[in-house]
Design a protein around this ligand. Structure first.
Ligand SMILES: O=C([O-])CC(=O)C(=O)O
Ligand SMILES: [Mg+2]
Length: 227
C-alpha cells in the first residue's frame, strides 16, 4: 500500500485511564520517566503562553503548503484526541488557524501539534485551543495534494504512531507509545515523589554535592579548591 493517500479509520488508542494519569505530569517528568526518550525537537513551540495538552494521537502526513489532510483528519477525531501532523518536506506555511481549530474542537480534539506553521494566534489564545508548531505564519495553504491520516509519522524527529499519547507544555512535546502509557505514568509518579523529597532537602539548605555524594568522585578527578 502507498504511504500517501491512505486514511486508517481504526486506531488502537492508549488506555484512557493511563492518558488521564499522564496528563498530571509535565513534559520533562514524562520524558525522564520513559528513559529519556520520545521528545520532539525543541523548535516545536506553543503558539501562546501557557498552552498545554495531553491526549491520544490522530496522525497526519501533510504535503508542504497543503492543509487538505487536516480536514480529512478532522473526521477521524474522537473525544480527547490530539491531531499530530508531520510534513513530507519542511514547510512553515500557515496550515492551521481558528476555523480549523473550531472544527477540531467540535469533534472533541484537545489540540494540535504540527511540524509546520500556524496562524490566527490571537484567536487560538482566546479560544484556549492549544497548538504547538514550528512557526507562526500568515501564509495560506492549498488543498491539492494527497497525504495520509493515521499512519506512523515522524514529527520533529519523534516517531508518532496513531493512538500514542502526546504530552505538551512550555518545555516541549513528548510522545509516549500507547503500549507504555500506564507504565510510564507510574514511573512519572515515582519520579515526582522522589523529586518532592529532594526539593524539601534543597529548601532546607542541603547541597547537591552532599545529597548526590559527589564530593568523593570530584576529589578523585582532581577538582581543586583555591583560596
Ligand atoms: O483556513 C485555513 O486554511 C487555515 C486557517 O486560517 C483557519 O483554519 O482559520
Ligand atoms: Mg483563518
Amino acid at each position: 500500500m502507498h504511504h500517501l493517500g491512505v486514511v486508517h479509520r481504526t486506531v488502537a488508542r492508549a488506555d484512557r485511564a493511563a492518558v488521564e494519569a499522564l496528563s498530571a505530569f509535565g513534559v520533562a517528568t514524562v520524558h525522564e520517566a520513559m528513559g529519556r526518550l520520545g521528545l520532539m525537537r525543541p523548535y516545536i513551540r506553543p503558539v501562546y503562553e501557557g498552552a498545554r495538552l495531553c491526549g491520544t494521537a490522530v496522525t497526519v502526513l501533510l504535503q508542504p503548503g497543503d492543509n487538505w489532510m487536516l480536514h480529512v483528519a478532522a473526521e477521524q477525531v474522537r473525544e480527547g484526541d490530539i491531531v499530530v501532523a508531520g510534513c513530507t518536506t519542511e514547510s512553515e506555511d500557515g496550515f492551521f488557524g481558528e476555523l480549523l481549530a473550531t472544527s477540531l474542537r467540535a469533534r472533541g480534539a484537545g489540540g494540535l501539534v504540527i511540524d509546520g506553521g500556524c496562524r490566527d494566534v490571537d484567536d487560538l489564545r482566546r479560544m484556549d485551543f492549544p497548538v504547538f508548531s514550528r512557526a507562526v505564519s500568515a501564509k495560506g495553504t492549498v488543498k491539492a495534494t494527497l497525504g495520509s491520516v493515521n499512519v506512523p509519522v515522524v514529527v520533529a524527529n519523534a516517531l508518532v504512531a496513531p493512538g500514542d499519547v502526546i504530552v505538551a507544555d512550555t518545555d516541549g512535546v513528548v510522545v509516549v507509545p500507547a503500549a507504555r502509557a500506564a507504565e510510564v505514568a507510574e514511573a512519572a509518579a515515582r519520579r515526582e515523589a522522589a523529586e518532592e523529597g529532594k526539593r524539601q532537602r534543597f529548601r532546607d539548605g542541603e547541597l547537591g554535592l552532599d545529597m548526590y555524594a559527589m564530593r568523593g568522585p570530584l576529589a578523585d578527578l582532581g577538582l581543586t579548591y583555591v583560596d
